[in-house]
Design a protein around this ligand. Sequence first.
Ligand code: SF4
Length: 434
Amino acid sequence: MNHKGKYIAFFTLGCKLNFSETSYIAKGLEEEGYNLVSFNQTADYYVIHTCTVTQAADRKSRILIRKISRKNPDAVIVAMGCYSQIKPEELASIEGVDIVLGTAEKFNLGNYLKQYRKGQPLLISISPAEEANLFLPAHSGSDRTRSFLKIQDGCDYTCTYCIIPVARGKSRSPCIKDIVLQAEIIAGKGVKEIILTGVNIGDFGRLTGESFLGLLKELDKVQGINRFRMSSIEPNLLDDDIINFVAGSNRIAPHFHIPLQSGCDRILKLMQRRYTTDLFEECISSIRKTLPEAGIGVDVITGFPGETDFDFTQTCKFLDQLDISYLHVFTYSERDNTKAMYMNNKVDHTVKVKRSKLLHKLSDKKRMSFYNSYTGKSATALFEAKKHNGRMFGYTGNYIKVEKPFDFIDIGSVLKVRLLNINENGNINVEVAG
Ligand code: SF4
């Protein structure tokens, strides 16, 4: 079927990795002659890039599919990605779905679209994730400010709550020179910041005899990029060599996003995480000693099976005394085919919600105190295209969200700013410094 001039719309759920992959897949189709449109416009094809990290993520995909198929009964609807990989039959049973593609097959979307016509029997193509050994490069590139660059995929860890290894397969990454090449392509587009994404980025290079530190060293030499930012990195893989290298680099942002998940060693063990609270604490003090200005974000899960009030209090106390900048709070969500699903002493939903609220409060307190310690100081911030109420927004290297009056000319600019005061949005107002 001739697809030239056909309209296609994508909707992405989940992590930055999914976003970078959507961008890559969409760009490929655009080069083949499709017209990319936004999801609320009329299109011939609607593609939902699903996520399955929580039950809520699954539900979002289902709701979206139903809505889009009611609105556009003649369009071809594709569900692809992690949720499709794990539960293809669940997605296939939704009225209006035409094509369901797994984690590997989604990169071949163009071929599936060519074969398919609306009204033909449902097309499902899923290969076992454990056979996934191909690394397909991807980077997002919708604006010239930031680009998410995929450096790694899959995970060999066995955290008992996590479904991602089942959805994305074994850990794999390309060699450093391939990533450097991608970074150079991104630099050529005028993008100022690259965010290094993956499922377990600290595992980069383990199978190719290279390392994440080696990658940082080479990326640091790429011309044209002002900043590289690491996404989430496991505490057991974030060693002093990496921290010291970040401290000595002008371009690797002093910003760490580290998953803790629980401040109670008993729960960490049940989760099969690969560290104790002692190691985590050492990791944070090492960052603070070397990079006092670093922004440190920490992931935490509330309501893991068996988490008692005592365990939760321990988590709160542990986090409270840690010198960190903010939290990402997740409420435990049961996933099929995970060990945690079969664990006893499930935590009641209302208790989970209550604990989650307390952690959000703690996060606000941490963020305010981190932001307060920067008011009156200077920093550099990269400003983005988003405009709201005549204001524009940006981030400093250590991930403080700043805002100032909108000026078109400052989109994608890295500016030296003075941080004035925290406003009602919880961001810091800034003025451009000279
Ligand atoms: S490290 Fe653990 S939580 Fe993260 S993707 Fe791997 S198994 Fe999941």
